[in-house]
Design a protein around this ligand. Structure first.
Ligand code: C2O
Ligand code: CU
Ligand code: CU
Length: 577
């Protein structure tokens, strides 16, 4: 189906307000609802699942070191909007069709509030998953300002729940970032890029089987229906929930918070004016210095914080373009339709003059020293086949529920993780809890798990450092085929079990996700500052964030009313150490 481009204005998600306070902490309620939403001028309204009934969901505006509480509620129908494959781990026939759990992606959050895939719940909490602990989630926000997002994470159906619309934005801010005088207010705009396909009646299309369906074999006489597909690429591109929208801009600087919220599609973005993006940050927050680039690659879950200056383009129409192959990097080039994302229409006049700046020093930044690492872990990304002969993607040749948990960093320690990609595609690897840095990438041959095999020794090529716009804090990294990608992180400040996984959602569901466990470390006190760590990143700002403070143990008591504003004490977030 072909839809006219640039006929709908870019929508901006609304900002959510707390419904009250608990123990002085802002308390929010969010209901997941099935609603009809207009996604394009010429499409009938589409049935979507939205947080508080909107797709994307409402935006959270959080302040550094000011915790919030959120009660996520499932008010969805009992039957799924999209085809559920019952042969996938976690989605077996005895499991409810519609299960949800919310993850704050990029957040430094305790495991019990992180949205573990097995911590799902159904409508009105009637059924709960084996790891479900409580209804209200506590987000301490004890981390540097950053573009986070929240989305569904239920085991075995994440791809369907997110595709149905369950995703929204969550910004952490602080007074230092505000003092930089970056473009703000109506000149700071989030752009959530997602691909979708539609039936002519406007409903979301998601395949119920691969196309073509593999022919029957003696081993697999009946191919599952519905069946997961290796990955799904839609034929239209949406930004903030509209198909190919336009945005009217003034001839001045804008700050765009760009997210790839797609299931599987990568984007290599450019501006048709061939002007440069001034990239100022990535997933984990601001860079040390701005980086000029005319091209940015965004895998699913990657984010770019950019400044675009339209002042020399009065009256022009500028297209945000895409040139990424699907699958990435060696698949099919985008069709002319998929090579366009949205249009900027630059007005000829300013509403008032542009006093915003792009400072050369954006933030305090600690480059993690590989010499600090206490462990280097070899991790592999592998292709296998499941019992139906389907592609099964794995980390370290293990499925999500396979035991033991093999990645077990001690709290407060620095580790290097090597990601050996033995598949033919790039996989965006995401770790919960931490922000990390990319050390380098290198080609390799041989088997990383049998490095000294005389017939097939592991040989590593030249280690190439990342491009400047990949040198900031990241929570998702592109691990390219045939390469070993090395990342470094300080694990903590919380202990417990967190997922790490490929963020191509079809891969995450089948079964490219593993738990890792941050172990207790009696030699580490999160309340003692670590030398060299910037205040914005310090674990000390999280050291008192224990469960007693969060009031989330008792879910059903003391709903303080919103007339309680006066009791809300604001922490001083400008001095954390
Ligand atoms: Cu954005 Cu574990 O996910
Ligand atoms: Cu995450
Ligand atoms: Cu993958």
């Amino acid at each position: 189906m072909s839809l006219a481009k640039f006929v709908d204005a870019l929508p901006l998600p609304s900002v959510i307000k707390p419904v009250g306070f608990r123990n002085g902490i802002p308390y929010f309620e969010v209901s997941m609802l099935q609603v009809k939403q207009k996604l394009h001028r010429d499409l009938p309204p589409t049935t979507v699942w939205g947080y508080n009934g909107t797709y994307p969901g409402p935006t959270f505006e959080a302040r550094r070191n000011q915790p919030i509480l959120v009660k996520w509620m499932n008010k969805l129908p009992f039957e799924h909007l999209l085809p559920v494959d019952r042969t996938i781990e976690g989605a077996e026939p005895n499991q409810p069709s519609v299960r949800t759990v919310v993850h704050l992606h990029g957040g430094r959050v305790r495991p019990e509030n992180d949205g573990f895939p097995d911590a799902w719940f159904t409508r009105d909490f009637e059924n709960i998953g084996p790891k479900f602990l409580h209804e209200v989630y506590y987000y301490p926000n004890c981390q540097r300002p950053a573009p986070l997002w929240y989305h569904d994470h239920a085991l075995g159906i994440t791809r369907l729940n997110v595709y149905a619309g369950l995703a929204g934005l969550y910004f952490i801010r602080d007074s230092h970032e505000e003092s930089l005088n970056l473009p703000s207010g109506k000149f700071e705009i989030p752009l959530v890029i997602q691909d979708r396909s539609f039936f002519p009646n406007g409903e979301l299309f998601y395949p119920s089987q691969p196309d073509p369906v593999p022919p029957p074999t003696p081993e697999v006489p009946f191919f599952p229906n519905p069946s997961i597909v290796p990955e799904f690429f839609g034929d239209t591109i949406l930004v903030n929930g509209k198909v190919w929208p336009y945005l009217e801009v003034e001839p001045r600087k804008y700050r765009f918070r760009i997210y790839n919220g797609s299931n599987a599609r990568f984007y290599t973005i450019r501006l048709s004016s061939d002007q440069e993006f001034v990239q100022i940050g990535s997933e984990g927050g601001l860079f040390e210095h701005p980086v000029l680039t005319n091209e940015i690659i965004l895998a699913p879950a990657e984010r770019a914080d950019v400044i675009v200056d339209f002042s020399k383009h009065k009256g022009e129409r500028i297209i945000l373009t895409n040139s990424a192959n699907a699958p990435f990097p060696d698949g099919t080039p985008p069709t002319p339709d998929l090579a366009q994302i949205m249009e900027f229409r630059v007005k000829t006049h300013l509403s008032h003059s542009d006093h915003s700046v792009i400072p050369n020093n954006l933030s305090c930044f600690e480059r993690l020293d590989p010499g600090l690492a206490v462990t280097t872990r070899k991790n592999t990304l592998n292709e296998d086949t499941d019992r139906f002969g389907r592609l099964l993607l794995l980390l370290n040749h293990m499925e999500f529920r396979d035991l033991p948990i093999t990645e077990t960093p001690a709290n407060g320690t620095v580790e290097i993780w090597e990601l050996y990609n033995q598949t033919i595609d790039t996989h965006p690897i995401h770790l919960h809890l931490v922000q990390f840095q990319i050390l380098d990438r290198a080609t390799f041959t041989g088997n990383p798990l049998d490095p000294n095999n005389p017939n097939n020794p592991l040989i590593i090529g030249t280690r190439v450092p990342p491009k400047d716009n990949e040198k900031g804090w990241k929570d998702t990294v592109r691990a390219n085929p045939g390469e070993v990608t090395r990342i470094i992180a300080r694990f903590g400040p919380f202990t417990g079990i967190y997922p790490w996984h490929c963020h191509i959602l079809e891969h995450e569901d089948h079964d490219m996700m593993r738990p890792y466990e941050v172990l207790q470390n009696h030699d580490f006190d999160p309340c003692i500052p670590i030398p060299g760590v910037c205040p914005d990143d310090s674990f000390t700002q999280c050291c008192h964030e224990d469960q007693e403070h969060c009031g989330c143990k008792e879910d059903h008591d003391q709903d303080e009313s919103s007339s309680d504003h006066g009791h809300h004490h604001h922490h001083d977030e400008s001095s954390s150490d």
